[in-house]
Design a binder for this molecule. Structure first.
Ligand code: MN
Length: 235
């Protein structure tokens, strides 16, 4: 079972076809069977300028290549620290701080990995199929859902997200706000549609008018992707 790529490191920014961009680099060290995971930044599923005029090319380049990459690197750095502590001892290691870093950067990576394919050029409109049925069942009608999701996005305090999520055990859709990435969540939900309302996601183009960004963002929603996530969550 020994894997020769013992010291293989993820090279950020490389093209990857993995859907969730989470790559398991499993290897086994000489002393024990210890899976070793690292995260990887996937390319955008479209060109940097594909969402113009809703989201500018400049924002997409900075957002993906700088901000998302920083989350990937931060999560991997936290994993490195934990691995080192396992190998050399936990004395003097601030595990609480490392876990906080891992939660923050790991959640940032997960959310951005959902956010990019949640959008597409010439997206928007109303969803069809199963996601439309579920939205109608749980929110009454699409416009009610849209207003609820948009209002959550406009009102989330500080930097954060608006989230449409599926709660498997109640088999229903709910909307959530996330402050930063990791607060105000309901453990166990599956994010289906997420909207990044950190200032880096819109400030260059929309300045302080978050509401204008939220309203325009519906033009690039990829409902096919959202439905795919719902079907996967239901399994
Ligand atoms: Mn972001």
């Amino acid at each position: 079972m020994h894997n020769s790529s013992h010291n293989a490191r993820v090279v950020p920014g490389r093209a990857s076809q993995t859907v969730l961009s989470i790559v398991f680099y499993q290897h086994y060290n000489s002393r024990c069977l210890m899976p070793h995971h690292r995260y990887k930044l996937s390319d955008l599923p479209y060109a940097y300028n594909a969402l113009v005029p809703t989201i500018s090319e400049e924002i997409m380049r900075l957002h993906h290549d700088k901000h998302h990459l920083a989350y990937v690197n931060g999560a991997n750095a936290a994993l490195d620290k934990l691995q080192k502590a396992r190998e050399t001892g936990f004395a003097g290691v601030d595990v609480k701080a490392i876990e906080r870093d891992l939660a923050f950067h790991g959640s940032g990576h997960t959310m951005h990995s959902t956010f990019w394919p949640n959008m597409k050029p010439n997206g928007g409109g109303k969803p069809g199929g199963k996601i439309a049925d579920q939205i109608n069942t749980d929110f009454g009608k699409f416009d009610s859902f849209k207003e609820q999701f948009s209002t959550a996005a406009k009102q989330v305090e500080g930097s954060g997200w608006s989230i449409l999520a599926y709660e498997p055990w109640t088999q229903q859709l709910i909307t959530l706000q996330a402050e930063k990435h990791n607060d105000l969540t309901v453990q166990g939900v599956v994010p289906l549609l997420v909207l990044d309302v950190w200032e880096h996601a819109y400030y260059l183009q929309y300045r302080n008018d978050r509401a204008a960004y939220v309203d325009a963002w519906w033009n690039v929603v990829n409902w096919d992707d959202v439905e795919k996530r719902l079907e996967k969550a239901r399994r």
